[in-house]
Write a protein that binds this ligand. Structure first.
Ligand code: GLC
Length: 840
């Protein structure tokens, strides 16, 4: 820990608590040493020779001399592989376990077996190496035989099967890129790095390069010239994923190495384009349900809003500065001595009154909830949890305690369904006080240790749905299951409203329950830049909703750094300012002009873009495709886009290229499509701010005055914006002719609850300068706007034909109540019938 970090830690927790963290680190080390000493590790064992292959429903089983492989197709392009021995995982990650049978064939050719579905072939060789390809296609992935290292407990007769460690090597192709692995402070392409799977609080704050962080996911997407595939290891044990050897070794020996410290080697392989992979992966591990609409607005937070008066002052500040606001967050200070599910009555004497007053202004309260429960025999949550055995124990039955904000704390065992149910019920207290959202922190779980691993001792016992295990197995699941407990509790307690939770930790499948934020980032320009690859990686790991602390957690950002971070975040799913305790105020007006006015403009733009964000959120909930996407999404076959991580796509219509360096007045932006070999459907872009079509090719240089984050809109897209009950449809004309394409799917509903919805799909086509827009709607929710204005960018028609009737334009603008079909006719065109598609 460096001095800066030590100072931050002391400021955060004070001296007596610091002493406790030292004592805890000492005893935890002792415990872990004793626990580890009980193990011995055997020699690596390969599967040995293949002895028998037999078809089973949807797949096949292969018996090797020293291991067994079962390969079951769950869909044509999705197969589950399980190498045993080793304990099978509890299916916490999975949203779907029943799959219809898939027709498969097992054939033998020379020494090899081929197991195939219609879309995928696996070649299984005599020694256990596997090759995956699409029928007749290039190899997508080629694996070496996995090796197993037995780890025996020295003195118990307990089944040791779970203690096998697995080493899994796969060849890597020359230009292969690797994405995902959850939250990583690494470049978007994870190749060249080594990553640990062990959810960790870095303590204090973190910089780019820090690994691991709070939310690890053992899944990665690989992209190379032969195609793309995704591998998800369903194994919660600590693991390492090493993609470095590929850089050191000769091309023939380029391998990635994955090591799991226990459990069965179970993984899912899926093949397809990146969007199909995300769809499949989230079919398997689940998708979020629709968030309440307010969650996509702006959130103001800091560690240090200590009283009701503070909160009212902040809300009033937003009003006074005419800045829209959706939520204020209450950090740990709202609690009574940091006891979770209690209120500090002195500082918040009327929390219900406060939440009601704020709700009238459209502002929600979000409260932090930590898993550590203060050891205090007078405190009901502790009493209940203790009495009913909901907390984690050490072997021998003593509570596994660790220091958290309230001092010594017990930790609920969320792998116990009864504990989950009990925890879910606790939220009633906060719901009754009008708390609308929940902020789950410290759920790695973090126990404050002055050095070493900031978590519970490895010997800590977990119920794991009736197949007990230790903290090695359960640690990575802890955040996932805390979120599950709360989500399920909130659904029961408040069935008419959508739960809104955001979390620091999680594991595969956590997207079903919660959004995420990137934790305690350092306040620095490199951390601002890191936001993009971190969010892109989360999105490619199945988490579509996330965002950073604007300005960084740890320090006081300069006005310029704050503003650039704010501008970037206006285009991210979670748009929230937050900071550590003891720092200067950080509301968007504290820097004075011009920051205040620019921040206000971005806030207003964000709220105008609400239908765009809401529709993207709906899409993410339908398909698992993230809101924030890498540039290669639009053209995965183009290698020059594979490593771009200083800009991102928002949906498939907008490209955001934020300012990521201090004092720069220009930046380079790579626009997909521009300057590349002609494609069937070339991509063209408009500058959002000037509406000008970008004429240059390749990397372009754009100017970046303080008020401008470069943003581009794809030609052929429609961007919806709203102002009250008025909808603006910004139509960005395609360059040249374009066959009918979906330009916008606009989703609307009441913004919360589970009632009616509607989807308006706008299809756009262009022919000889004429533009046609067709709207089709589904669903029962009434159209929420009473006025629609169409703004044309890149086209100046002479006339519009709206549902068969001619209408005049005001410049490039057309105002209507609504429409089903519009044709814009260019000046000087011949007859209408030449241009309009034939009516039936
Ligand atoms: C952790 C969180 C941070 C929060 C603080 C106090 O450091 O990551 O966001 O402000 O705890 O609750």
């Amino acid at each position: 820990m460096d001095l800066k970090k030590a100072a931050l830690a002391l400021r955060s927790i004070g001296l007596p608590a610091a002493a406790r963290t030292a004592w805890y680190a000492f005893i935890k080390d002792q415990r872990n040493r004793f626990y580890a000493a009980r193990r011995r590790t055997g020699k690596p064992v390969p599967p040995g020779a293949l002895q028998e292959a037999s078809p089973v429903s949807s797949g096949a089983r292969f018996r090797f001399a020293q291991a067994e492989l079962e390969a079951i197709f769950l869909a044509q392009d999705l197969v589950r592989l399980s190498w045993s021995p080793g304990t099978a995982p509890a299916p916490y990650a999975l949203a779907r376990q029943e799959w219809p049978p898939v027709e498969t064939q097992l054939s033998q050719k020379d020494e090899e077996y081929i197991l195939s579905s219609q879309n995928l072939e696996i070649v299984i060789s005599q020694n256990g190496s596997l090759l995956f390809r699409q029928p007749g296609g290039d190899p997508l992935r080629s694996e070496l035989p996995p090796e197993r290292q037995e780890r025996k407990l020295n003195h118990t007769s307990r089944d040791n099967a779970g203690m096998a460690a697995w080493v899994h090597n796969a060849h890597m192709q020359a230009e292969e890129c690797i994405y995902g692995l959850g939250e990583r402070a690494a470049p978007i392409n994870r190749r060249g790095g080594a990553y640990r799977m062990w959810n960790s609080d870095p303590g204090g704050s973190y910089d780019p390069g820090k690994d691991p962080l709070y939310l690890c996911i053992p899944a990665y997407l690989s992209l190379h010239r032969g195609g793309s595939c995704l591998v998800f290891y369903e194994n919660s044990y600590p693991a390492s994923f090493d993609f470095r050897s590929a850089e050191k070794n000769s091309p023939s020996a380029q391998c990635s190495t994955v090591i799991f410290e226990g459990g069965m080697l179970r993984y899912y392989f899926m093949a397809g384009a990146p969007d199909q992979l995300l769809e499949r992966y989230t079919e398997l591990t689940g998708r979020p349900s629709m968030p309440p609409r307010w969650a996509l607005g702006y959130h103001q937070s800091r560690w240090g809003y200590k009283t009701e008066a503070d909160v009212r002052r902040i809300a009033a500040g937003f009003k006074e500065h005419e800045m829209p606001l959706s939520a204020i967050h209450l950090d740990i200070d709202y609690m009574d001595g940091y006891r979770v599910f209690t209120i500090n009555q002195q500082n918040f004497p009327d929390l219900l009154g406060l939440s009601k007053d704020l709700a009238e202004q459209g502002v929600r309260l979000v409260a932090i909830v930590d898993p550590g429960v203060k050891v205090d025999t007078e405190y009901s949550v502790y009493q209940e949890g203790r009495k009913d055995g909901y907390f984690c124990n050490l072997p021998g039955g003593k509570l596994s305690l660790g220091p958290a904000w309230p001092g010594w704390s017990a930790f609920p065992d969320f792998t116990d369904p009864f504990a989950r149910h009990w925890w879910g019920e606790q939220y009633r207290k906060l719901l009754d006080l009008g708390i609308a959202g929940f902020w789950h922190d410290m759920n790695e779980p973090a126990a404050l240790a002055a050095w070493g691993d900031m978590t519970l001792p490895m010997a800590t016992q977990h119920k794991l749905e009736g197949c007990p295990g230790d903290h090695q197995q359960a640690h990575n699941l802890y955040g996932l299951l805390m979120n599950r407990a709360s989500y399920e509790g909130l659904r029961l307690l408040n069935p008419e409203q959508r739960p809104w939770i955001f979390t620091r930790s999680g594991w595969a499948g956590v997207q079903r329950y919660a959004w995420n934020w990137t934790g305690d980032t350092n306040t620095s320009w490199p951390s601002l830049r890191q936001t993009i690859p971190t969010l892109l990686g989360l999105g490619l790991s199945g988490l579509p909703f996330s965002g950073p602390d604007i300005g960084g957690f740890s320090g006081d950002p300069s006005a310029e750094l704050y503003l650039r971070w704010f501008e970037l975040s206006a285009f991210l799913p979670l748009f929230r300012t937050h900071s550590a305790t003891g720092l200067a105020d950080r509301e968007p007006w504290v820097y004075g002009e011009p920051v205040t006015s620019i921040a206000r403009e971005y806030l207003r733009l964000r709220y105008r873009l609400m239908p765009f964000f809401y529709s993207l959120a709906w899409e993410a909930c339908q398909s698992g495709c993230p809101l924030v996407r890498p540039l290669f999404w639009l053209n995965p076959a183009e290698p020059s886009l594979w490593k771009v991580d200083d800009s991102f796509l928002l949906g498939d219509a907008m490209l955001v290229a934020p300012v990521l360096e201090e004092s720069i007045t220009t930046r380079v932006v790579r626009l997909p499509g521009a300057g590349q070999p002609p494609q069937s459907d070339p991509l063209n872009w408009y500058d959002l701010w000037t509406s000008k079509l970008v004429e240059e090719n390749g990397d372009i240089v754009v100017s970046t005055p303080p008020e401008r984050t470069p943003v581009f809109v794809r030609a052929g897209a429609i961007i919806p914006m709203e102002s009250g009950r008025q909808l603006a449809l910004h139509v960005y004309a395609p360059v040249g002719d374009m066959t009918e394409t979906t330009a916008l799917r606009l989703y609307s509903d009441a913004g919360d609850g589970f009632g009616d919805w509607r989807l308006d799909t706008y299809r756009l086509s262009a022919k000889e300068g004429a533009l046609e827009i067709i709207r089709q709607s589904r669903g029962n929710y009434p159209f929420p706007y009473n006025r629609v204005t169409i703004f044309l960018h890149g086209a100046s028609p002479a006339l519009a034909v709206v549902d068969g009737k001619g209408m005049g334009l005001k410049g490039r603008r057309l105002e209507l109540e609504n429409f089903e079909r519009i044709v814009f006719i260019p000046p000087g065109s011949q007859t209408l019938s030449d241009i309009l598609p034939q009516e039936n």
